[in-house]
Design a protein around this ligand. Sequence first.
Ligand code: DAU
Length: 334
Amino acid sequence: MDCLTYAGNLRNLTAVADKPGYTFTRANICDRAALDALLDEHRPRAILHFAAESHVDRSILGPEAFIETNIRGTFVLLEAARAYWKTLNSAEQQAFRFLHVSTDEVYGSLEPNDPPFCEETPYAPNSPYSASKAASDHLVRAYFHTYGLPTIITNCSNNYGPYHFPEKLIPLMITHALEGKPLPIYGDGMNVRDWLYVGDHCRALRLVLERGRPGETYNVGGRNERSNKEVVAALCAILDELRPDSPHAPHRQLIRYVKDRPGHDRRYAIDATKLEQELGWRAQETFETGLRKTVQWYLDNAEWVREVQSGSYRDWMDQNYTTRGEMAAQEHTR
Ligand code: DAU
């Protein structure tokens, strides 16, 4: 089920559309009647809750949608799940899972020498986006403690990989570089993120669904801390290699330092020891192998990129980037 708002795209599901276990419903998680009908029809043994407004910059320019989908939507989904769960027999109730997919941003920002976030790190969200995700995590936790609904929360670091909507750092830089557009790095480019290939995240979610303990939280992270400058430099180098004849090579000439994101978290890093030790998870991709695969995917899927860069995407690009300007003296020589 998906609402198919601006980043939703049924074409992302073509590879599974013929599978016998697959069915799609377009609906909003705030729509209780739609949820009740869906649960009643399919009688699922688990709900994986990925539905969220997820882009920090959008949450800064328009927080309301984040409150509505991430907080109220999670509440409505929990209520529908609770009502459905009560109709199950006791074996089914025990086996049922509500897996809430969340983010490391709920923990706030780290100083350079701080240890990575662990499951016990106190919540300290800094953006409307992360605050809305933190609120949803608290609701999910409360439904376990109050009603016994078998919920599990995962908090994951920055994902990247195929099908990533090109408003986020990595796909934005790849698509801009291919088109010879500026590569806008916020602030000094020294903000650090812990990058995780999306396939590794999916493997973690499957494991947590199968063997995770209800009421628990599991952190998921790639142990791949990189500054934004390093990420963009690595992307430019891969593109130079894969597209040596591009008129835009060397692609690093496109780098521009632009006005920073307000309240920009300096560093995220995840300690995934619990997931590794309890469930035996390990990331299979290194940052280098994952990034190369990702660039290759965007090179091979130019039509997908063209399609998602619709009118509303262009409006967002104007809204977010035209006011940032360029910090001219601080170009890529930094
Ligand atoms: O940590 C997990 C989170 O990672 C998820 O919960 C969020 O949904 C996801 O959007 C992501 O949040 P970030 O804010 O870290 O991702 P984003 O791709 O927007 O930015 C990554 C870094 O790159 C961040 O330091 C801001 C910077 N940036 C981003 C954009 C879009 C730039 O320098 N230039 C840009 O144009």
